[in-house]
Design a protein around this ligand. Structure first.
Ligand code: 5GP
Ligand code: ZN
Length: 114
């Protein structure tokens, strides 16, 4: 499949990972919008949040309860917090059709988002 995040996850495109395990990779966004801008990407190709199934329950728990807190801590975001973004399809502004979680931090975020 011609998917850039699959290629990054399976190391066809060399990328420095800030985190990797059996299920997930995480790396700095190529075009950061905050001083910390890390993308958390499941190794399994899932097009977007709407394509998750009950089979992905353990994966999602792992990402939410283990991977994201670990990265937030390592990136120095635990004290002041951060924003987690999952852009979904056109209106959500998703440009890469492989599920990913943006961890944005080290500055105060505005609300509402654009
Ligand atoms: P989306 O717009 O789908 O929510 O987020 C996709 C993100 O992936 C964008 O913030 C974009 O800058 C980032 N991105 C796209 N291609 C690459 C790449 O080849 N390497 C890295 N590190 N980030 C990428
Ligand atoms: Zn993919």
């Amino acid at each position: 499949m011609d998917c850039i995040f699959c290629k990054i996850a399976n190391k066809e495109i060399p990328t420095n990972f800030v985190y990797e395990d059996e299920f997930v990779v995480a790396f700095n966004d190529i075009s950061p919008v905050a001083p910390v801008h890390v993308l958390v990407v499941p190794k399994k190709h899932i097009a977007n949040l709407l394509e998750l199934t009950s089979d992905d329950g353990q994966l999602m728990l792992h990402i939410m309860a283990t991977v994201i807190p670990k990265i937030a801590n390592e990136q120095g975001l635990a004290e002041n917090g951060f924003r987690l973004v999952v852009n979904t399809k056109e209106d959500g502004g998703q440009t890469v059709p492989h599920l990913h979680f943006h961890i944005l931090g080290a500055r105060a975020m505005a609300w509402p988002p654009g």
